[in-house]
Write a protein that binds this ligand. Structure first.
Ligand SMILES: Nc1nc2c(ncn2[C@@H]2O[C@H](COP(=O)(O)OP(=O)(O)OP(=O)(O)O)[C@@H](O)[C@H]2O)c(=O)[nH]1
Length: 151
C-alpha cells in the first residue's frame, strides 16, 4: 500500500555483469522503473553502471524511473567505491542515489517504496507539465539511512 493505494510491482532480476552483453533489451525495454545496483566493494561493478546507463538511454522508455544503488553497504570497511563517487555519478545522470544492504535491509524498502510512490503519482496525476511532481529525490534524501563503520 502506498498512501492508501494498492501498487503492484513486478520485479525482474536481470543477469549480472559477466553476462552483461547477452542481456536482451526486452528485459528493460518496457520497464517503468530500473534499479541499477553496483557493489561498493567492486570497482568493476561500478564501472559497468555507465555502460548500463548508456544502454538504458538508448533502449529503455524515455520516462523510465531510474535509481542508482550502491549495495553491500554493510561492508563499508571493504569498500573501494566511496559514497561520494556514487553520488557524483548519480548527479551526472540526474538519478536518485543511496547505499543499500541486501544483508541488513538498510534502505531496501525505501528503494522500492520510492519507486512505487513515483509510479503511483504518475498514474494518478498523469504527466501534464503543470501537474505537481512527486519529488523522488527529495523523498529519498529525507528518508535514507547512512551508516557504515568506515564510510
Ligand atoms: N554482505 C553482503 N553481501 C551481499 C549483499 N548483497 C548480496 N550479497 C552477496 O553477494 C553475492 C552475490 O549476490 P547476488 O545476489 O547473487 O548478486 P548478483 O549481482 O545478482 O549476481 P549475478 O546476477 O549472478 O551476477 C552473494 O553471496 C550474496 O549473498 C549485501 O548487501 N551485503
Amino acid at each position: 500500500m502506498v498512501d492508501n493505494m494498492k501498487v503492484k510491482l513486478q520485479i525482474w532480476d536481470t543477469a549480472g555483469q559477466e553476462r552483461f552483453r547477452s542481456v536482451t533489451h526486452a528485459y528493460y525495454r518496457d520497464a517503468q522503473a530500473l534499479l541499477l545496483l553496483y557493489d561498493i566493494t567492486s570497482k568493476s561493478s561500478f564501472d559497468n553502471i555507465r555502460a548500463w546507463l548508456t544502454e538504458i538511454h538508448e533502449y529503455a522508455q524515455r520516462d523510465v524511473v531510474i535509481m542508482l544503488l550502491g549495495n553491500k553497504g554493510d561492508m563499508a570497511c571493504n569498500r573501494v567505491i566511496k559514497r561520494d563517487e556514487g553520488e557524483k555519478l548519480a548527479r551526472e545522470y540526474s538519478v536518485p542515489f543511496m547505499e543499500t544492504s541486501a544483508k541488513t535491509g538498510v534502505n531496501v524498502d525505501l528503494a522500492f517504496i520510492a519507486v512505487a510512490k513515483e509510479l503511483k503519482h504518475r498514474a494518478v496525476h498523469g504527466q501534464q507539465p503543470n501537474e505537481s511532481k512527486f519529488q523522488i529525490h527529495e523523498y529519498i534524501e529525507s528518508q535514507k539511512e547512512t551508516s557504515g563503520c568506515c564510510s
